[in-house]
Design a protein around this ligand. Sequence first.
Ligand SMILES: [Fe+2]
Length: 236
Amino acid sequence: MNPDFERDGYLVVKNFIPRDSADMLCSLTLKAVADGVAKPGQGIGGEHPLTWNINSFSAFDPLLTLLTPKMNEILDLDLVPTYYYQRTYLKGGAMSHHTDRPSCQRSITMNLGYSHQWPIYIVNRETGKYTEFQAEPGDALLYMGCSQEHYRDPFEGDWYSQIFLHWVEREGEIGPPHTGHMCKDYHWDNGGSPADYRKYYGDSWKKILHQKGIMERKQSVANYSMDEHQAGKNYK
Ligand SMILES: [Fe+2]
């Protein structure tokens, strides 16, 4: 395990993803609110009422698998994804002192964009004292969610978009206070796994493509020239 991460219980990684990617993802979080995909917080499970929350959004689903190799490299671990969550905080939104559930053994909290800065505080594993972290879009805090308490004071800006990505160690064990489970019990615990996706196209591709008439577009095939010179004329 990365020695700094092991000592402190967290690791700050600036520009974990490129700023351009963070901007694009941030824009999608607003689109999710507009489209009714993001849901207002219920005041339970860490969902402050002044937040909009996403736990399943197709544009975000590949992020866990895309970022797993990078997490493994930085932390020198063998991680398996569990789930992700995106939350847009509004003025007055907050995050109480807490540790996370067992699915969050090795986690990222990453900023995607904001109207005003807003620090997160996390307990240092070695010193037992809280450390402040102020993120720019694309910056990430890698942390041990199950053991290191973290919180945010009430937000005084207009909006703040954050994404949480969670993994467990492939053969790890969840320690106190969440004893009794091997980490592997939590692999992909909220669904949306690669296997679910494979099942979708495995079961459905024929129905979908016939339904849309794609497989029956013989007219288009007749108009397509396999002659390279002729085909090239279509691209002016
Ligand atoms: Fe948390």
